[in-house]
Design a protein around this ligand. Structure first.
Ligand SMILES: Cc1ncc(COP(=O)(O)O)c(C=O)c1O
Length: 473
């Protein structure tokens, strides 16, 4: 497979030109990659009007993902999520009334930023039973029930799959429900670019989503910021024609050519070298060995290992610390879980070390479970023994202002402990997972305050009381 962006820059570099253009480093610097970092001069194409090397490279990605077109982003999935909402607004806005997106409540904060920019409202889908902050199980049946009970259908349905814990939604069934009602399905597939390369493909494009955002940089060997906005072959043609306009609305006019080269080279790697089935097998075998050693692993997509730490008597945060002591840096931890992300670049030996460090903590897990049981039974007479706090859940709440109004209102930063009853101004999140516990415009409740503290959020931004932007009744 050709690598047009990479080749163009190699040829440019070989000519050793006098660089009288941006960037100011002129190809020199201590990072050692400045020589390959260029701007949009003659021949280098333009990401938002691509007709040369960038278009050629995107066409390679398009054939790998089997889409109508796969557009590059150097602003991560965040930029693509904004573009998906823009496209939904462009094509499906209501002649009167509010423009609403129906979204799973475990959405990344990029959704809120886009909603504020575009002045969209979001109606939230909640899981039927209480779940972890990062999860929101939506099934075709539960979605259909909600949609049929809405006074007016939304412009689009938006889901996060896989979620931060590796749970995957039934995208095919959900897409069928959406299409039956002529609604587009937008998927935040930030964690799932690699799903296209499984046999069979589990990628949202193969399963019928109309648009999706993939952070190439999260699961493929691509530099940070590299992402795809995919438009499905079966989706509206004008999504494709308007996609660059949508992406440019949320992006810098100076996209990183380092990231573009990395996306370009990734196409060649995917076609010629990538071997996801071996990696999937390696991870599955590692999970089996861990399970055999009593380690509790939550079900997830193939390239995540999600350790449930509750049986160890340690919190996820404490387990993360233990792993750090052994020079293992994980993706995410909270009170209950530790999330490890694997890719084809991960080596057998690295997983063996993870196993060796983690397994001993579960040797005493049966004893801890027994103790927790006894503690519950005799709670009133026993001193509490160390155990993680109960599962953190999403809570339903009151939306006092639109997301946009709340984000654009004068705000003040106050202590979380003093925030009860105030209107959240900026989405209150810890990062990762960057899933807002309180959404801009929502009234802060006791449950939310508990979650803020559990995620180490000591301060929150709230709308200044009596601010000129009126709250909506
Ligand atoms: C579920 C989810 N969606 C979207 C994003 C944003 O992706 P990016 O960092 O590529 O902009 C993230 C980032 O962690 C994420 O976890």
């Amino acid at each position: 497979m050709q690598t047009p962006i990479y080749d163009f820059i190699s040829a440019y570099e070989n000519k050793q030109p006098i660089r009288l253009h941006m960037p100011g480093h002129k190809g020199l610097g201590i990072l050692g990659v400045e020589n390959r970092d260029i701007t949009e001069f003659f021949g280098a194409d333009n990401l938002y009007h691509a007709e040369g090397i960038i278009l050629e490279s995107e066409n390679n990605a398009t054939s790998l993902f089997g889409t109508r077109h796969s557009f590059y982003s150097t602003g991560g999935s965040s930029q693509c999520i904004g573009a998906m909402l823009y496209l939904a607004l462009l094509h499906h806005q209501k002649p009167s009334g509010r423009n609403v997106i129906l979204a799973g409540r475990n959405a990344h904060k990029a959704l809120l930023h886009a909603a504020a920019h575009l002045d969209l409202d979001i109606e939230w889908l909640y899981p039927k039973t209480k779940e972890h902050l990062c999860s929101c199980s939506v099934t075709p049946e539960s979605l259909e029930e909600v949609l049929l009970n809405m006074k007016e259908l939304p412009m689009a349905v938006y889901l996060t799959s896989p979620d931060y814990l590796g749970n995957m939604a039934d995208i095919k069934g959900i897409a069928d429900v959406c299409h039956e009602l002529e609604l587009p399905l937008l998927v935040d597939n930030a964690h799932g670019a690699y799903l296209q390369f499984l046999e069979p493909s589990m990628h949202p494009m193969a399963l019928g989503a109309d648009l999706c955002a993939d952070s190439a940089h999260k699961t493929l060997p691509v530099l940070t910021g590299g992402a795809y906005l995919h438009v499905n072959e079966t989706a509206m043609v004008s999504y494709e024609t308007q996609a660059r306009r949508a992406l440019s609305f949320f992006g810098s006019t100076s996209p990183s050519y380092l990231t573009l080269q990395s996306l370009d080279l990734c196409n060649k790697w995917l076609l010629e070298d990538a071997d996801f089935s071996s990696t999937v097998q390696m991870v599955a075998e590692c999970k089996e060995r861990l399970l055999a050693q009593n380690v509790t692993i939550l079900p997830s997509e193939p390239l995540k290992i999600v350790l449930d730490c509750q049986k160890t008597g340690l919190s996820g945060f404490a387990m993360e610390e233990e792993l750090l002591q052994e020079n293992i840096v994980c993706e995410f931890a909270d009170d209950e879980v530790v999330v490890c992300m694997i890719s084809p670049m991960t080596e057998h030996m690295e997983l063996a070390i993870l196993e060796a460090v983690v397994a001993p903590f579960y040797e005493i897990s049966d004893v801890v479970t027994e103790l927790m049981f006894v503690e519950q039974a005799l709670e009133h007479i026993l001193e509490p023994i160390q155990k993680p706090t109960p599962t953190m859940q999403l809570v339903t709440h009151e939306q006092k202002m639109s997301i946009r109004n709340a984000m654009l209102s004068p705000s003040e930063t106050i202590k979380t402990t003093e925030s009860l009853g105030r209107i959240c101004a900026l989405p209150a999140v810890s990062c990762p997972p960057a899933i807002p516990i309180a959404i801009s415009g929502e009234v802060i409740t006791e449950d939310m305050m508990e979650q803020f503290l559990a995620y180490g959020i000591a301060e929150v931004d709230v709308v200044v009381t009596g601010s000129p932007v009126k709250s909506e009744e």
